[in-house]
Design a protein around this ligand. Structure first.
Ligand code: GTR
Length: 421
């Protein structure tokens, strides 16, 4: 490409294209040689030939390895879990129903709790398929709606005045709305439900004192880190959906961006009630293959974010090949449910090709079920989505969630979810 064109691309995309931390590999030619752990080779040395063997032996083995070595084991549904619907009304000129639900993990309003914000199309005649997502900065940042409750928990302020002493303020209202085209989602017949991730577990290394961890003993080396904890919160939202007749709880797509994309992949693996799984720019510890060490590495992620994974995962710093799993196996844990993986060209830190390859290498499991999986042998051109039972695109632009991304997720959901309605 000519230099002038690069300059143009750089200007259009802002600094993000080039603002990748130094000292990491961003060149395909320098990816180390690696062999992926075999998806269909069982611990006893036999090969998976049938769906039954996958479901009863190999899948549980892989799931357990991910729990033990990486994300950590999480507790089940708490017996005292309580839901309190404190808001339910028509909004957006009568086009939507907005609900806000407090999910009390210990059944108490003064204990650890999260707030679910839900928008549903008002004209729906049946329970609606719904996208469930975590958000980074508070439910009130998702739209300008003044009735959305501010988070009660720790927040990281980014824009001036958005947080004071780590408490959300009115200045944050609507600041993330470009990532959530609520009107369009409703128009397409879907609901959108979102939770502020910090309600479940604040995103800093706090010695496991805050969020839901306050209710449990300090995690052991094979127990839940923050990603597994956020995923646990998503499962508690599903528990609520099972009680809400306006939501089709069997048609819930779990979607997340970046660290929350890692979380949606893990949520889909750990809880098979999720009907569809979407990873937006999830990168290292998400869809990207760890063994490629392209952009962010295991050592770097464990150093910058020691609370995201369990302590056993530290063993794989600079030692990815020793890990009995890699991320294609995480994608395969979603099978036979549909999974969509999205990358962005300007997001080399997340290794777009590594994200593609984990989808491709999950194919053997989809094939066991008679599905095509990801119908592309190499990364498709920019802005040209491919959709089998696994979908993939690499879009132009930076690390972000855009209308283009949502457009593909809804097309993909139309293909896989709506037809069942
Ligand atoms: C980065 C991290 C990525 C990604 C991202 C995010 O700092 O290195 O793995 O998770 O944060 O979640 O915004």
């Amino acid at each position: 490409m000519k230099l002038s064109l690069w300059l143009f691309v750089g200007l259009v995309m802002g600094s993000s294209l080039f603002a990748q931390p130094k000292g990491y590999n961003y060149e395909e030619a320098k990816v180390p040689e690696y062999t992926l752990p075999e998806l269909l080779l069982m611990a006893d040395g036999t090969r998976v030939k049938t769906v039954k063997q996958w479901e009863t032996q190999r899948r549980p083995e892989i799931l357990d390895l991910f729990k033990k070595e990486m994300y950590g084991r999480a507790p089940g549904k708490p017996a005292s879990l309580k839901f309190s619907v404190f808001d339910e009304q028509k909004v957006l000129k009568g086009k939507a129903i907005r609900k806000q639900v407090e999910v009390q993990f210990a059944g108490k309003a003064d204990g650890p709790r999260m707030t679910l914000l839900i928008y549903l199309p008002a004209k729906a005649k049946k329970p609606v398929p719904t996208f469930l997502t975590l958000n980074f900065r508070g439910n009130h940042t998702v739209t300008d709606d003044p009735a959305i409750r501010l988070p009660h928990s720790w927040v990281r302020g980014r824009t001036k005045g958005e947080a004071v002493n780590n408490r959300a303020t009115e200045n944050g209202r609507g600041v993330a709305k470009s990532r959530w085209n609520v009107t369009n989602i409703l128009k397409r017949g879907y609901g959108l439900a979102t939770i502020y991730y910090g309600d479940i577990d604040p995103d800093f290394d706090d010695g496991w004192e805050n969020g839901v961890h306050a209710l449990y003993p300090k995690p052991k080396p094979d127990e839940w880190g923050s990603i597994a904890t956020w995923a646990w919160g998503l499962s508690r939202a599903l528990d609520y959906f099972e009680t809400d007749k306006d939501i089709d709880h069997k048609q819930v797509a779990v979607m997340g961006h970046s660290r929350l994309g890692k979380t949606s992949l893990w949520a889909g693996a750990a809880d098979q009630r999720f009907a569809l799984v979407i990873s937006n720019n999830s990168g290292c510890g998400g869809a990207a293959l760890s063994r490629r060490a392209f952009g962010e590495t295991v050592k770097r992620i464990n150093t910058s974010f020691p609370h995201w994974f369990n302590d056993n995962f530290l063993k794989y710093n600079d030692n990815e090949n020793a890990c009995p799993v890699d991320q294609h196996m995480l994608v395969a844990l979603a099978a036979p449910r549909p999974v969509y993986i999205a990358s962005a060209v300007g997001d080399s830190w997340a290794d777009p090709n590594g994200e593609f390859l984990s989808g491709k290498h999950a194919n053997p499991v989809y094939q066991l079920y008679g599905f095509k999986g990801l119908p592309a042998s190499k990364q498709p051109p920019v802005d040209k989505p491919v959709m089998g039972t696994i979908g993939y695109h690499v879009r132009s632009g930076k690390h972000d969630v855009t209308d283009f991304d949502w457009e593909q997720y809804m097309n993909f959901a139309d293909k896989h979810l709506k037809k069942k309605r």
